[in-house]
Design a protein around this ligand. Structure first.
Ligand code: FDA
Length: 512
């Protein structure tokens, strides 16, 4: 019997004696094991060279989570926690060590809305689509919650890193609207805000998934939403003056009415005016406005007349239908689409992120455009305006530090189809080169990054004994001044229980 089989059997024995019913436990022999393992994986690149879990546990009760944690601790076998499986580097289901157990929370996903005080308790294994659907259907479309745009993203990972979306200029991030949480600690104990204390509660709101224990559920403050909102999409090519529009857009988008979120997606497309293989840059201006179309048209005419927004670029609809539209589905289609947990994108990809505190001028836009158009298989780039409510929340109020002064967040995304190692290497190199090219134009000291757009190129701890200064290499990029407090919260948790370090093995750095 191999050592991994021995570990698996020991874990099974432990779970049985902890009375976890066997229907929640999947061994590699189980018929559903493989489909379950792959069910929510978004980035197949991350599977290269990674072992599969000894067991997959699918809890439905808090006590199942605690029992799994206690066995992991007793047997010294690391756990990985997966909610929605969207981690860009696959940290929720891969490991560099040989054996681990996967706790997959997809069945742990109830959502309870309380309309007496406009709050919700949502389990970590629920997806954003399930959350938005429940809020909208139960409140009669009067309440909403500000978080990310992709319906299949899991709450557990997303809320652990911040959670930004199209309503952040009006309402901030998901973490700015979390008012309580329940967590299973390394000792198997379940704590809420009252019993965990404010330091740990602070750290849970953006300080990194898998860092402090297994988050079970969150209490959310729901927000009033007008009956009609308006979405807008308008594409401009280089030949249609995209550069000047981009330069103007970046002067104003972080300063607009806070109900108006106007982002840009840049991609290289075929230039249809040239019949040859010539390429051009397309800038898509995409917006969510928390109000009616007539008011949006007036605002756009006043602040950005050059874009030439007309009513045919806009769609007025309910907030929940705007969620469907922004996620790429027909806005009139079935809202049940939001409940589909099957990954919308099942890709190989690499992403990186940046922040801007100074808008690009026309020369910089020209240089970026030439670089993207001239590059073989360039990535696409999403640029989100901050400002508005984001400016009103202090840098240290939550671990997410990119507040006043961070005018824009940038995400670079490169996808490919060939699963070969060589293709992955080429594409990762392309991304690294573009990132290097962007250095003079983006934030510095530190060059900031967004935890939810996790990028292991920024660094990771070599082992469990990494020092604070070694970890700060990547930690300060994600967290700036907040990294020190996160490390302090973490070390306090470790003093309570040394095992916390191992439980949290999945984290990029605080714990490994
Ligand atoms: P996953 O389950 O992979 O977990 C991510 C990390 O959190 C892992 O380290 C994991 O161990 C840990 N974790 C998960 N559940 C936990 C729990 N219950 N307790 C403790 N730790 C836990 N971001 C954004 O801000 N806005 C957006 O609009 C989008 N859009 C988007 C679209 C797509 C297609 C992808 C792939 C990703 C995004 N993201 C995003 C990024 C997303 O927020 C980020 O990847 C989240 O970590 C995903 O959370 P999941 O629970 O799905 O991931």
């Amino acid at each position: 019997i191999s050592s991994s089989q021995h570990q698996m059997h020991s874990f099974l024995d432990c779970l049985n004696s902890g009375s976890l019913p066997s229907k929640f436990i999947f061994t590699p022999e189980n018929q559903s094991y493989t489909s379950l393992f792959f069910s929510s994986i978004q980035n197949n690149r991350t599977l290269l060279n990674s072992p599969k879990p000894l067991l997959i546990i699918t809890p439905t009760l808090e006590s199942h989570v605690s029992a799994t944690v206690l066995c992991s601790k007793e047997l010294n076998i690391p756990l990985r926690t997966r909610s929605g499986g969207h981690d860009y580097e696959g940290l929720s289901y891969t490991t560099t060590s040989s054996s681990f157990v996967l706790i997959d929370l997809h069945k742990f996903r109830s959502i309870t809305i309380d309309l007496t005080d406009n709050t919700a308790w949502a389990d970590a294994g629920a997806t954003l689509g399930e959350l938005y659907y429940s809020i909208s259907s139960q409140s009669g479309n009067t309440l909403a919650f500000p978080a990310g745009v992709c319906p299949t993203v899991g709450l557990g990972g997303h809320f652990s890193g911040g959670g930004l979306g199209m309503m952040m200029r009006a309402y901030g991030l998901a973490v700015d609207n979390i008012i309580d949480a329940r967590i299973a600690t390394a000792s198997g104990e379940v704590l809420d805000r009252g019993s965990m204390g404010e330091d740990l509660f602070w750290a849970l709101r953006g300080g990194g998934g898998a860092s402090f224990g297994i988050i079970l559920s969150y209490k959310l403050k729901l927000l009033q939403i007008p009956p009609k909102v308006t979405v807008l999409n308008i594409d401009k090519l280089l030949e249609q003056g995209a550069i000047k529009l981009l330069a103007k857009w970046q002067q104003i988008a972080h300063n607009l009415d806070k109900r108006l979120f106007l982002r840009v997606v840049l991609q290289v497309v075929d230039d249809e005016n040239h019949k040859s293989s010539n390429k051009t840059l397309m800038a898509s201006f995409q917006s969510l406005f928390l109000g009616e179309q007539t008011e949006l048209l007036t605002l756009m005419a006043e602040s950005f007349p050059e874009l030439g927004v007309k009513s045919n670029h806009c769609v007025e609809l309910s907030w929940i239908r705007s969620v469907l539209y922004i996620a790429g589905f027909p806005p009139g289609g079935s809202l049940k689409k939001l409940l589909d947990r099957k990954p919308q994108y099942h890709d190989l990809f690499k992403t990186k992120s940046d922040f801007l505190s100074v808008p690009f001028n026309v020369d910089v836009w020209e240089a970026i455009s030439a670089r993207l158009v001239g590059q073989n298989e360039p990535p696409y780039v999403i640029i989100d305006p901050f400002g508005g409510r984001m400016d009103e929340i202090g840098v240290t109020e939550t671990p997410f530090p990119h507040r006043k002064g961070s005018l824009y967040g940038i995400q670079y995304i490169k996808t490919w189809e060939d699963p070969g190692v060589e293709t992955a290497r080429e594409n990762i190199d392309r991304m690294r080169n573009l990132y290097k090219f962007m250095t003079p134009y983006v934030s510095r000291d530190p060059r900031a990054a967004y935890l939810n757009y996790r990028d292991l190129d920024l660094g990771r701890n070599a082992n469990m004994n990494a020092s604070y200064s070694e970890a700060s290499v990547w930690g300060e990029k994600y967290y700036k001044v907040n990294f020190r407090r996160l490390a302090q919260v973490k070390s306090k948790a470790e003093n309570i229980d040394r095992y916390a370090n191992k439980l949290c093995l999945a984290l990029q750095g605080l714990l490994n």
